[in-house]
Design a protein around this ligand. Structure first.
Ligand code: SF4
Length: 315
């Protein structure tokens, strides 16, 4: 039914697609899986410039990743955020040496949802299945004039449209079209290879409905405890930033503490404002103290990095 469209997409991809991305030039399922996980919440440019290659150099196989301590994996992930991705990646690597090709089996592994399973199946194992990331969703909504579609409907449309002969190029092309042509604002319909079948091209920005997002602000008091020129850090527990080292958050700072300043960091779902205090201890009250040089080697979050910078700037 879509033979002509598939041909147009294929030609467009060969001429204008981002063919040189390293994860598009490998059959190694682990590398493709890694790229999918990194790209879930991070832009291609960042992954490409700073994370993908160093991570593979440090952990060249799923087996080597599984054998490495989680702390090492978190250190390599430092700055990418959403650390649960790294923990799930590591957990998967401890469970299997090779990724399965079957979507249902992939979904059973930690952190692999329906979207990632489809991407691994399509890109690593060349299965005739569609992928469903944010750019692709937007295209599908516009093709069918969908304002508020259900996930089920989107998957039906995606399965209907996928090029079963050449799913790899088709899916990569759909991502590229979404990233470079069918943009959220001012899509370039006049040069779009999907223009012939697009029902929404007269008013593309109507589809899909835009979600209004209010980002709440959280306030925290951070206490840097110093004992003999070393700073106290603890390894975080709980869901947020789990496993990373960080400074202590307190309800009320110690009376004798000194106010250093404020640090702000914006996460996807909230903004964090930290008032930072310094407290000199006469006896060590915690178990782990590190010099600034030692802290640089720990896996810490962006906000803790900013706290270290503030500390250094005020010393
Ligand atoms: S024709 Fe326009 S709205 Fe339709 S898919 Fe292409 S860029 Fe998007």
């Amino acid at each position: 039914m879509y033979r002509k469209t598939h041909q147009t997409i294929q030609e467009w991809y060969q001429q204008s697609g981002r063919l040189d991305l390293p994860w598009r030039n490998t059959d190694e399922a682990y590398y493709i899986y890694l790229s999918e996980v990194m790209l879930q919440q991070t832009q291609v440019k960042t992954v490409l410039e700073r994370y993908y290659i160093p991570f593979i150099e440090r952990f060249p196989s799923l087996k080597s990743l599984g054998e490495a301590p989680l702390d090492d994996v978190l250190k390599m992930w430092e700055g990418l955020g959403y650390y649960n991705r790294a923990k799930n990646l590591h957990k998967t690597a401890t469970l299997v040496d090779e990724l399965p090709s079957d979507i249902e089996e992939l979904i059973k592994l930690p952190g692999i949802g329906k979207n990632t399973a489809h991407a691994v199946a399509a890109f690593a194992f060349h299965q005739p299945v569609p992928i469903m990331e944010a750019n692709v969703k937007r295209i599908l909504c516009r093709l069918h004039q969908l304002i508020k579609p259900t996930e089920k409907r989107l998957w039906e449309i995606a399965y209907d449209l996928v090029d079963k002969v050449n799913p790899f190029d088709y899916n990569q092309a759909m991502m590229d079209i979404g990233a470079t042509i069918c943009l959220p604002r001012n899509p370039k319909c006049e040069i779009c290879p999907l223009s012939d079948i697009c029902k929404g091209k007269e008013e593309p920005e109507r589809y899909p409905e835009k979600k209004k997002r209010m980002v709440p602000t959280r306030e925290q008091n951070i206490l840097i405890r110093i004992y003999e020129d070393k700073l106290s850090l603890t390894q975080r527990e709980g869901k947020f930033l789990h496993g990373l080292w960080g400074f202590e958050s307190v309800k009320i700072p110690e009376c004798a503490s000194e106010y250093l300043g404020e640090v702000t960091h914006v996460y996807t779902h909230f903004k964090l404002n930290c008032k930072v205090y310094l407290y000199y201890e006469h006896t060590p009250e915690h178990s782990d103290y590190f010099s600034v040089d030692e802290i640089q080697k720990l896996a810490i979050s962006k906000v803790d990095e900013k706290i270290v910078k503030l500390f250094l700037a005020t010393m």
